[in-house]
Design a binder for this molecule. Structure first.
Ligand code: NDP
Length: 272
């Protein structure tokens, strides 16, 4: 068991990648606070963990709301104890092009993707520093590493990388590590709207990926587990793409994003 005795908080754990991380961490011995905006999803994750013999606490928490974050971490402390691991996973993307969306859309992206990380980290960092250990894993995106659209979302994910580097620098001497996992396309409910418009979106996107498939939530959970565990005890401030090789170079993605001139299909939107 790689996380025996650890207490982990996973945000956005009511579906997709967050659920997979929460389940994986619990299977590795962590007691997991399953935090998320809506109750049914987080309760389902917590039930699945319980059914598999793990320990979980579902806590409703809108990560853009400072008071809700304070409350969630207080509950974690009350029920389980001080937090060893924080996974900032809650996220989502609004709008695509800065010339077509409004200011409120810009703010929504930054609140959910970046401000939430600040709010959650500032709650757990003091307890990690006091105990001289802790691991923060932030779920970024390939959109934060290169210009492939969804401009506010990408900029906020890029900001997350810089915030993570600063936390790594500043709190490393106190035994706290902070890293980012940057997924490519992962098959989760975040794609539901897109799937409704274009049912073959994953098949189309597969062509972008050198490894010949899109990702699954477990691919990200495995990377998050490694970075959260003591196996990564000398790793901090890094961004680990979990992207099937996308950022190594994808000729097909570049063709599609530049208008799909040679593509048989309409260009695929850049999301993730
Ligand atoms: P999901 O939509 O399945 O999961 C996102 C989760 O975040 C949901 O459970 C959602 O809860 C929760 N959430 C949204 N807003 C808030 C909020 N304000 N407070 C608390 N929880 C909130 O998508 P994924 O699992 O795919 O996304 C997880 C992370 O992975 C995100 O940060 C995303 O940006 C990132 N990512 C995903 C990729 C992909 O292709 N799937 C690629 C790259 C990065 P609710 O349902 O209640 O709104």
């Amino acid at each position: 068991m790689r996380l025996s005795g650890k207490i982990a908080v996973v945000t956005g754990a009511g579906s997709g990648i967050g659920r997979a991380i929460a389940q994986r961490f619990a299977a590795e011995g962590a007691r997991v606070v399953v935090a998320g905006r809506t109750r049914p999803g987080i309760e389902e994750t917590a039930r699945a963990i319980d059914a598999a013999g793990g320990e979980a606490l579902a806590v409703v928490c809108d990560v853009t709301d400072a008071a809700a974050v304070t409350h969630a971490i207080a509950r974690a402390n009350e029920v389980f104890g001080p937090v060893d691991i924080l996974v900032n996973n809650a996220g989502g993307s609004f709008g695509d092009d800065i010339l077509t969306f409004d200011e409120d859309t810009w703010d929504r992206n930054f609140d959910l993707v970046l401000k939430s990380v600040y709010l959650c980290c500032r709650e757990v960092l003091p307890q990690m520093i006091a105990r001289g250990s802790g691991a923060i894993v932030n779920i970024g995106s390939v959109n934060g590493l290169t210009g492939i659209g969804e401009e506010a979302y990408g900029a906020a994910k890029a900001g997350m990388i810089n915030l993570t580097q600063n936390m790594a620098m500043k709190y490393g001497p106190h035994g706290v590590r902070a890293n980012v996992v940057a997924p490519g396309t992962i098959r989760t409910p975040i794609w539901n709207e897109r799937l409704a418009e274009r049912p073959n979106v994953f098949e189309a996107l597969t062509a972008w990926y050198p490894l010949g498939r899109v990702g699954e939530p477990e691919d990200v959970a495995n990377a998050a587990l490694f970075l959260a565990s003591d196996e990564a005890s000398w790793i901090t401030g890094v961004t680990l793409p979990v992207d099937g090789g996308l950022l190594a170079g994808s000729y097909r993605m570049n063709v599609d994003l530049s208008g799909g001139a040679t593509s048989q299909q309409a260009p695929v939107s850049s999301r993730e």
